[in-house]
Design a binder for this molecule. Structure first.
Ligand code: FEO
Length: 397
């Protein structure tokens, strides 16, 4: 294959050979406004090893980058750390094309790859703590089940003190820069937080365990090479620290108001509540559902102390955008938040009760009495909204 795309040197032995997806804007329901990358790595050890592949349409980009270092047919081993198709999509074709000596995956990875491709791939099982010898390099595997799929594992290249971490510590960000020290800190932190909030939040208790395990095993990590976004070579400790903090889900004095509106009444209520939160001494973020994507709402909730939801009643139900968002947030299993509900209605007025039920279903304690308004709020109703905001702020402590 002609060299069109180049590999990027990570260490003397390891090259990034992934693909940049500049145009993706929806990653299974996650808004990827900055695109993403599908990272794969080539380890130029005695046994030349490819760690993960890329999404199927990017196969030629992967092969081209590998070709800039070595003829792909000289790859001896492939490691599949994660079977989701953004990393395994072209694995069967790559195996067929280069016929590697061995392919490795976790026990659940082997099952998942078969369930995806039904190809009878010949894959060797590696379990937690297993090592493989690449001649002059050694790879140790750590199973990280449910981070974020049952098959997930990470691979540690001891001689380079480098962790191939698959999705963990990654972010959806397409960039020409490959390393953390080439991108602004605020951008790294925002995109990593968004990734954590939308992909890893439900598994926070497992993240704390894995981080503890890395400590117990005494793994020295100089470089974290995830499957999306930049490689952490300057500040691997920073992303580990952020994961520790996010996994704890310690609530802050921040309330997030999420609402939708038909004729502006619920919006007026939202703004009065927001002012109440601020006058109560807490900070607030106001998000209108038709102006904010669900994945940005999830990001705002990471570390928030309160979720306040508002919806008009439409055909005896909450507004459809609110139903979408509540299902999404429930699935992310946020912990430690208090909440409140509000909404306007014309005649039947079921929305507020439904919002309260949803919050209870997420184990979010109701911190203030809900406010319901018929048609359009008057001054008294808006004062009640403001009082709701103040009550939430007070409960945030
Ligand atoms: Fe990037 Fe879980 O796949």
């Amino acid at each position: 294959m002609k060299e069109i795309y180049s590999a990027v040197k990570v260490t003397d032995t390891v090259y990034w050979v992934g693909a940049i997806d500049w145009t993706i804007r929806d990653f299974h329901g996650y808004a990827t406004s900055g695109g993403t990358t599908y990272n794969a790595y080539l380890v130029m050890a005695d046994k030349v090893t490819l760690v993960d592949t890329v999404k199927a349409p990017f196969k030629d980009q992967l092969l081209s980058r590998i070709s800039s270092v070595i003829d792909p047919s000289r790859i001896d081993y492939i490691i599949s750390n994660h079977s989701e198709m953004d990393h395994s999509g072209c694995l069967p074709q790559i195996i067929e094309m280069i016929t590697p000596e061995k392919v490795f995956a976790s026990p659940m990875g082997i099952k998942a790859l078969e369930d995806h491709f039904h190809a009878g791939l010949d894959i060797i099982e590696v379990k937690d703590g297993d090592e493989i010898d690449l001649g002059n390099r050694t790879v140790t595997f750590l199973e990280t089940r449910m981070l974020h799929w049952p098959d997930s594992m990470v691979s540690y290249l001891a001689e380079e003190r480098l962790l191939f971490s698959q999705d963990a510590f990654g972010m959806h960000l397409a960039s020409s820069e490959r390393f953390d020290d080439e991108i602004e800190d605020w951008r790294l932190e925002h995109e990593a937080a968004k990734y954590y909030a939308n992909i890893l939040l439900p598994f926070s208790h497992l993240i704390s365990k894995v981080l503890g395990r890395i400590g117990e095993l005494g793994l020295e990590i100089d470089i974290i090479a995830p499957d999306h976004g930049p490689i952490w070579r300057e500040k691997p400790g920073r992303i580990l620290e952020l994961y520790r903090k996010w996994a704890e889900q310690e609530p802050t004095r921040k309330a997030v108001i999420v609402y939708d509106t038909m004729w502006g009444s619920t919006e007026k209520m939202a703004l009065a509540i927001a002012d109440g939160v601020v006058s109560g001494g807490a900070s607030v973020k106001v998000l209108k559902l038709r102006a904010a994507h669900r994945s940005d709402i999830a990001t705002e909730l990471l570390g928030a102390g309160a979720l306040i939801v508002g919806s008009p009643t439409m055909n005896n139900n909450i507004f459809p955008t609110m139903a979408d968002t509540l299902v999404y947030i429930k699935g992310l299993k946020p912990k430690g938040m208090i909440g409140a509900a509000f909404g306007s209605y014309g005649w039947s007025g079921e929305s507020v009760k439904q919002l309260e039920e949803s919050l209870r279903g997420m184990k979010i304690e109701l911190a203030a009495e809900s406010v319901r308004v018929k048609y359009v709020p008057d001054e008294e109703s808006l004062a009640a909204c403001r009082a709701l905001g103040e009550a939430v702020a007070e409960k945030l402590g």
